[in-house]
Design a protein around this ligand. Structure first.
Ligand code: GTP
Ligand code: MG
Length: 370
């Protein structure tokens, strides 16, 4: 920034603002504590205190405002695994998720559960697993490209009657690149004449060697139709999660990742976020991409309004100024003004990028004409 508010400047060089105002007056600069002075003027004042002033880049300012600190080991607590179901078209991803939800959720809770958001939590005894319904490969890639990794475990669904297909291979590559452990669910084993061993054989060609063949890839034969093997699959997910020792500090301002967002006619921008650390609360000031605001309401995967959401929990957020993108990182900041400031810095950066690229094109155009 090329100018700075007097109060902020005083804070930065740790001098009383009144003293700085006096010095400014002596220089012939008449401002109030809430007005801004140019970098050059600030530099001259700082000189008088033997302080060398350096311009802060937008990036630095942004990071300072966000203040995402490292957590101490002793503050970390276990958190549920976040699982993404991947696989080729029609291999049964949605059916499998439905089967899991019905066998685990409906029998323990009265009434049918309506899925309101693209992620949901399944309770297994005293443990939880969070399943992501949305990410097809594109969403998964988009999130990874933004440096957001929400997935702890990938469940790769392969239909026993179809075997390894192009999108199966893509999914394997994505999970491997993201360093996410893969659990294979060999689906549709209720169909007559299918042979799970054929799928295992095909998987070995892509570096996934089944455990019973001496490798370390867990393969579970399942049927989304008859629910055979579903309990084993859930057990395996919990087992792998346990080995990962997934932890997060629940007692800090929240950080999470937007997994989907839309503009709702009645409610305005609505975003689904997976909280990754901290606890997100109603009333928190938030920033995600250039969208900012105050959390007006939080809605859980059962469509219920909640006051807060801790690590690994998916929730819908109401109260953002605009619709963020999937993969945007959400941060809780100290107040709404700070959130708006970050949004402005980011919008400015976008504009600069735009001008930079458009002027480049003009130059190239110019040269090509000569
Ligand atoms: P996309 O979302 O289009 O990629 O498909 P998907 O992977 O979600 O597959 P989906 O769950 O929609 O299932 C595709 C078809 O396979 C449907 O007709 C299901 O009824 C059927 N199907 C899924 N699982 C099983 C199973 O375990 N056994 C049998 N027999 N059919 C299944
Ligand atoms: Mg589907």
């Amino acid at each position: 920034p090329d100018s700075i508010r007097v109060s902020e400047f005083a804070e930065k060089i740790k001098r009383p603002a009144t003293e700085i105002l006096k010095k400014l007056l002596l220089m012939g600069v008449m401002v109030t504590i809430n007005q801004e002075i140019s970098f050059e003027v600030a530099e001259k004042i700082a000189e008088q205190y033997n302080i060398l002033l350096e311009k802060e880049t937008k990036q630095e300012r942004e990071e300072e405002l966000i203040n995402d600190f490292e957590d101490k080991e002793e503050d970390l607590r276990p958190r549920p695994p976040v699982v993404t179901v991947m696989g080729h078209v029609d291999h049964g991803k949605t059916s499998l998720l439905d089967a899991i939800r019905h066998s685990r959720v409906v029998e323990t809770e009265a009434g049918g559960i309506t899925q309101h958001i693209g992620a949901y939590t399944v309770d297994i005894n005293d443990k939880k697993i969070v399943f992501l319904d949305t990410p097809g490969h594109e969403a998964f890639t988009a999130m990874r490209a933004r440096g957001a990794q929400v997935t702890d475990i990938a469940v790769l669904v392969v239909a026993a009657d179809d075997g390894v297909m192009p999108q199966t291979i893509e999914a394997i590559n994505h999970a491997k690149a993201a360093n996410v452990p893969i659990i294979v669910a060999i689906n549709k084993i209720d169909k007559s004449g299918v042979n799970p061993d054929r799928v295992k054989q095909e998987l070995t060609e892509y570096g996934l060697i089944p455990e019973d063949w001496g490798g370390d890839t867990i393969c579970v034969p399942v049927s989304a139709k008859t629910k055979q093997g579903i309990d084993t699959l859930l057990e395996m997910i919990l087992l792998v999660a346990e080995m990962q020792e997934l932890k997060a500090n629940p007692n800090r301002p929240a950080k999470g990742t937007i997994i989907e967002a839309k503009l709702d006619k009645g409610r305005g921008p609505v975003a689904t976020v997976i909280v990754q650390k901290g606890t997100l609360k109603v009333g928190d000031s938030i920033i995600a991409g250039t969208a900012y605001g105050k959390v007006r309401a939080l809605i859980d995967d059962k469509g219920k309004k909640v006051k807060s959401a801790g690590p690994s929990m998916p929730v819908e957020i109401l109260g953002l100024s605009e619709v963020p993108n999937a993969g945007d990182i959400l941060y809780v900041v100290s107040d709404e003004k700070t959130a708006r400031q970050i949004s402005e810095i980011r919008k400015e950066k976008e504009k600069q990028k735009y001008f930079a690229s458009s002027s480049k094109i003009t130059l190239q155009d110019l040269y090509s004409q000569i």
